[in-house]
Design a binder for this molecule. Structure first.
Ligand code: SAH
Length: 222
């Protein structure tokens, strides 16, 4: 067996044991996880760990999220295929790649230039033409391309900024971890006309959202 076959086998096991077995069963979504080579989104020295049931370091003190969490957050957006989606926190570009398989166009913002460049390169190399990565502070969203039919924030915010909620299309979902270093909960919001409904889902552990509406270093550390 060559290296790619070994990774494909590990990927299938990840889909079955970490994602489908835990209740995320949407066929298009599982297919996306079978097809996107997660080992190419983690640093080379961690490639052999790419399919484990947990997050991994990607540089700049940041992490690629646990596969199940990426799957759950993606499923919660209820994508059908023709949406424009915003991701705040590109990191490795893995979640953006999964979203790109399930929506028409993905915009993703990353604060660290090196991560933004690296993710752009990985996505281009794999032929993802429907993802655009922007470098900068995404804590207030990306109003240029709003409204979005789905928004995912992949870093923990003190709260979901109204400016970001305002970029949701009517009936669309926003999924985000909310809280601090000592405790966060995954939230899902839906725009219903001029009001926003919130659900609280499960406890999670993400790196902090920084920037204008994110955590200040001092407050996160406390
Ligand atoms: N979705 C990523 C996981 C990223 S971890 C993946 O699939 O790999 C969270 C990312 O959010 C980090 O890369 C971090 O640098 C980024 N981030 C944190 N605050 C940000 C902000 N205000 N604007 C843009 N990116 C931010």
């Amino acid at each position: 067996m060559d290296r790619e076959e070994v990774f494909a086998g590990l990927r299938e096991k990840m889909v079955e044991e970490q994602i489908a077995a835990r209740g995320v069963r949407e066929p298009r979504l599982l297919q996306a996880f079978r097809e996107v080579p997660r080992h190419l989104f983690v640093p080379g020295e961690h490639a052999h760990l790419a399919y484990i049931d947990g997050p991994l370091p990607i540089g700049e003190g940041q992490t690629i999220s646990q596969p199940f969490i990426v799957a759950l957050m993606t499923q919660l957006l209820e994508l059908e295929g023709d949406e424009t989606v915003l991701e705040i926190g590109t990191g490795s570009g893995y979640q953006a790649a999964i979203l790109a398989r399930l929506a028409r166009q993905v915009y993703s913002v990353e604060q660290y230039p090196a991560l933004a460049r690296h993710a752009t390169h990985t996505l281009a190399r794999l032929g993802f033409e429907n993802v655009r990565v922007f470098e900068g502070d995404g804590s207030l969203g990306l109003p240029e391309f709003a409204p979005y039919r789905g928004i995912v924030i992949t870093a923990a915010a003190p709260k979901v900024a109204q400016a970001v909620l305002d970029q949701l299309a009517d009936q669309a979902w926003l999924v985000a971890p909310v809280g601090g270093r000592k405790g966060q909960v995954l939230q899902r919001w839906q725009r219903r006309g001029d009001t926003f409904a919130k659900e609280k889902l499960i406890p999670v552990a993400f790196v902090p959202l920084r920037g204008e509406s994110g955590w200040k270093t001092r407050d996160w550390a406390e």
